[in-house]
Ligand binder design. Structure first.
Ligand code: GLY
Length: 361
C-alpha cells in the first residue's frame, strides 16, 4: 500500500474536512429543493396506515390534498396516535419496559431526498417521530439512541414529561405481580395460583406500533413508523421500528413499506427493504407483503417460536404503497385490517391478506 507523505496527507485531510463542513452547513430544505422532481403523472396520491391509524391516514391525506410534502403529512398523522393516551403501543401512554419506564422508537424516510433518520430507546419525549425527523434534517447521522437521543431532543427544545399514564402503569403492575409465584410481588388479594396460571396462559405481549406511508401530489413518497415497542421489554431493547429497512423503507422510484408486530422477526429478515425490492421487480404491494410474511415463516426455525404445525406463534403485519398509489397489506395471521385514505370522504379500513387463518376459540 502506498504511504501518503505528510504534505499530501494534510492536503487530503484539509479537503475532506472542508467537504464535510460544507455538507454539515447545508440545511435540509436547501438540499431538498435541489432534488425535487415532480413525477410525470399517472399516480394517485394516497395515505396508508396500520389499523390504529385511521385518523392518521385521514390527517395525512388532508395535508397531501392541500399540497403538503408526504413527510410532513405522515408525521402529522402519526402524531395524533403518539399523543393519544388510549393507544398503549405508541408514544404517550405506551406500555413501559420491565422497569416501568416508557422507551420509544421511531424512524422516518423521505423518498425525494433518499434521506432517513431514527431514534431508539428514547425516554420522556412523546413524539419520537419529530425527533427522528430532526436526526434526518439536522445531523449527518441516521440513528441516535438512548441518552444521546434524549440530549439531542433537549437541544432542540423538546419538553420532557413522564410518558407513563396510570392506565399503562396499572397494566405493567399486573404483569409484574403475576409474573411468578416465586418472587415478592404479590397479585391483588383473592388471586390464587390457578388464577395466575390462567392469566399467564392468555398473556400476549403487545408489539403494536403505528406506521404511516404517503404519496404526495408531486410524486414524493415518505413514511414513518413509531412505537413504544414490545411491552415490558428488557430496558434498552430496540425493535424494528427505528431501523430503516426493517420497520420502514422508502424508495421514491418504487414505493414504501412499513410494519407492525414482532420486531425481532423483521430485524432478522430486513422485511421492509425486501418488500420494496419485490415491488421493484413487479409484485403488487399486497403480493410483496405476502412474500415478506412467507420469508419470516421460512426463517422461523426455533421450536419455541413455532406451533405444532410449524407456524409462527407471533404475528407480523406489513403495509405497502407503490409509486402509482396502489396499496396493500398482509399479515402472517388472519384478522388484520389497514387504513387507507385517498381524499375527503375516502378514508376506510380494508382487510389485510394473510397466510394462516387464526383458529377460532
Ligand atoms: N414492531 C414493534 C416492535 O417490535 O418494537
Amino acid at each position: 500500500m502506498d504511504v501518503l507523505d505528510r504534505r499530501d496527507f494534510l492536503k487530503t485531510a484539509a479537503s475532506v474536512g472542508a467537504g464535510s463542513l460544507l455538507a454539515r452547513a447545508v440545511p435540509f430544505e436547501t438540499a431538498y429543493a435541489g432534488t425535487v422532481h415532480a413525477k410525470a403523472g399517472g399516480f394517485t396520491p394516497v395515505a396508508v396506515s396500520s389499523s390504529n391509524g385511521l385518523h392518521a391516514a385521514e390527517r395525512a391525506m388532508e395535508m397531501i390534498d392541500s399540497g403538503a410534502d408526504a413527510l410532513d403529512a405522515v408525521i402529522a398523522g402519526v402524531n395524533i396516535v403518539e399523543d393519544d393516551p388510549q393507544d398503549h403501543t405508541v408514544g404517550y401512554g405506551g406500555l413501559p419496559n420491565e422497569d416501568g419506564v416508557v422507551e420509544l422508537d421511531a424512524c422516518v424516510m423521505h423518498g425525494p431526498t433518499g434521506r432517513g433518520g431514527g431514534v431508539a430507546a428514547l425516554r420522556n419525549i412523546r413524539n419520537p417521530s419529530k425527533v427522528a425527523r430532526l436526526v434526518m434534517e439536522r445531523t449527518d447521522h441516521v440513528l441516535i439512541v438512548g441518552e444521546g437521543a434524549l440530549r439531542f431532543a433537549r437541544a432542540h427544545g423538546f419538553r420532557e414529561e413522564n410518558l407513563l399514564t396510570d392506565e399503562a402503569r396499572e397494566e405493567w403492575l399486573r404483569w409484574k405481580e403475576t409474573m411468578s409465584t416465586q418472587d415478592d410481588w404479590l397479585p391483588p388479594h383473592g388471586m390464587d395460583e390457578k388464577d395466575i396460571g390462567a392469566v399467564l396462559e392468555k398473556r400476549e405481549r403487545s408489539t403494536g406500533t403505528i406506521t404511516c406511508l404517503g404519496l404526495d401530489r408531486k410524486g414524493g413518497i415518505s413514511g414513518c413508523t413509531t412505537t413504544s415497542g414490545l411491552a415490558f421489554k428488557i430496558p434498552g431493547r430496540v425493535g424494528d421500528s427505528p431501523i430503516p429497512g426493517a420497520g420502514l423503507y422508502v424508495d421514491n422510484a418504487v414505493g414504501a413499506a412499513g410494519s407492525t408486530g414482532r420486531g425481532e422477526a423483521n430485524l432478522l429478515a430486513c422485511s421492509c427493504a425486501i418488500i420494496v425490492e419485490h415491488m421493484r421487480n413487479g409484485a403488487s404491494p399486497e403480493e410483496a407483503c405476502l412474500r415478506a410474511c412467507r420469508r419470516i415463516v421460512e426463517r422461523t426455525v426455533e421450536r419455541r417460536l413455532r406451533d405444532d404445525e410449524g407456524r409462527p406463534l407471533f404475528n407480523v403485519r406489513f403495509y405497502a404503497i407503490n409509486a402509482k398509489g396502489e396499496h396493500g397489506s398482509a399479515s402472517i395471521w388472519s384478522g388484520g385490517t389497514y387504513a387507507v385514505s385517498e381524499g375527503k370522504g375516502k378514508t376506510r379500513l380494508l382487510d389485510s391478506a394473510y397466510l394462516y387463518r387464526r383458529p377460532t376459540k
